[in-house]
Design a protein around this ligand. Structure first.
Ligand code: DSN
Length: 425
């Protein structure tokens, strides 16, 4: 890439930083991104996030700002909110949360009092740290109770949510809020069942659709609306937007409380360049092509899952309905940890993350599982046949226990495959 000042100011002005940005470009271009929470954004989203909209404070909301000069920002935020509402079919959207965790924090602080009980899936079963982890705000200032998965191998729906047990936990604990939506759960979420239990125990239902937002927007996962009272999401996973968060609902009173909790409760100035990126991403997701993209993500995940099962890997819950899967490495090799698998695969150009599996005997820094997602590869244009190739790469590396020669050979094949499927440009 050019290093002259006009076309590449960073390279010209600050080669020390540019060197690593360029290296990162190379890394992304030549490796397979299988982290289920990551994606490759379009050049239009990238342009918005790198734009002059970073220059301004716009504390407040459109038409009610605490700084002058916000008229253009008001339009951008209005577009983002309107598109979000259209995309997800809801009446209110707050597009200011800096991240999914801060969106979740805003909901807790808007609708619960410190010490209030809420129900969720524990992190080690696929939940999220902001769903009640002890050292997170959610577990420190609020009181989580956790509903289980089905842990008995002989049960139908093994390692899937145990909806009867969830109901029993909630009727017993009488939570003020029930959370559904997860970070490492490969199955469809039955939002209607959660809402029925929420109604039975007088709780609010919050759906955190950070992982599946793009699938919901694309119509390949049921929508949390009209069941959930509050929906939070990130914008950068399957939705393929900039790194950020969002909160949606259909109730004006709840919406007002959420707006206040986001600003001035938890945040100051919104990241308006990121909000512009969200607006652009929602515009992309409203196009018919996005539906095909979402469908292809699920088809690709299923193809990868089937190819791994065919190579004697066990998947948590036996497969996937969405964009991700959780490989239980123990069946393939009792000694193999998620940490080793992640590191060996990385040396072959395959980027994944170690992940605990339900009832994992190993600690989170090791784990017995590997989480794989199909969203980023689908963005590059991968179809089912390439996903089978990816399963083959993974199996060769893991079967060879990370042997250097095997990793180097696979690394070359990965680079060749990547060259055929360039990043969005
Ligand atoms: N850290 C994200 C993930 O990888 O799923 C969730 O916030």
């Amino acid at each position: 890439m050019s290093t002259d000042t006009a076309s590449n100011p960073i390279a010209a002005q600050d080669p020390e930083v540019w060197r690593w940005m360029e290296a990162e470009q190379q890394r992304q271009a030549s490796t397979l991104e299988l982290i289920a929470s990551e994606n490759h954004v379009s050049p239009a989203v990238m342009q918005a996030v790198g734009s002059n909209l970073t220059n301004k404070y716009a504390e407040g909301y459109p038409g009610r700002r605490y700084y002058g000069g916000c008229e253009n920002y008001d339009h951008v935020e209005d577009i983002a909110r309107d598109r979000a509402k259209e995309l997800f079919g809801c009446q209110f959207a707050n597009v200011q949360p800096h991240s999914g965790a801060s969106a979740n924090a805003a909901v807790f602080f808007a609708l619960l009092q410190p010490g209030d009980t809420f129900a969720s899936l524990v992190l080690s079963d696929g939940g999220h740290l902001s769903h009640g982890m002890k050292i997170n705000f959610s577990g420190k200032y609020f009181h989580p109770v956790h509903y289980p998965l089905k842990y008995d191998r002989s049960q139908d729906g093994y390692e899937q949510i145990d909806y009867d047990a969830m109901r029993a936990v909630c009727l017993e604990a009488k939570p003020k809020m029930i959370l559904c939506g997860y970070s490492a759960y490969p199955r469809v979420i039955d939002f209607a069942k959660f809402r029925a239990v929420a109604d039975e125990c007088g709780a609010l239902l919050m759906a955190d659709i950070a992982h599946i937002a793009g699938l919901v927007a694309g119509g390949v996962h049921p929508s949390p609306f009209p069941h959930a009272h509050i929906v939070t999401t990130t914008t950068h996973k399957t939705l393929r937007g900039p790194r950020g968060g969002m909160i949606m609902c259909n109730d004006e009173e709840i919406a007002k409380k959420i707006d206040k909790a986001v600003f001035p409760g938890l945040q100051g100035g919104p990241l308006m360049h990121v909000i512009a990126g969200k607006a652009v991403c929602y515009g992309e997701a409203l196009k018919p092509e996005f539906k095909q993209y979402a469908r292809q993500i699920v088809d690709n995940a299923k193809a990868l899952a089937a190819a791994l099962v065919g190579r004697n890997y066990r998947l948590v819950s036996g497969g996937t309905d969405n964009h991700l899967m959780l490989v239980d490495l123990q069946q393939k090799d009792a000694e193999l940890t998620g940490a080793d698998a992640e590191s060996w695969l990385e040396s072959a150009g395959i980027i994944t993350n170690k992940n605990g599996i339900p009832k994992d005997p190993r600690p989170p820094v090791q784990t017995s599982g590997l989480r794989l997602g199909a969203a980023a590869l689908t963005t590059r244009g991968f179809k089912q046949s390439q996903m089978v190739q990816v399963a083959d790469f993974i199996d060769r590396v893991l079967s060879a226990k990370g042997d250097e020669k095997v990793c180097a050979t696979v690394r070359g094949e990965v680079a060749d495959l990547c060259a055929q499927f360039p990043l969005p440009h």
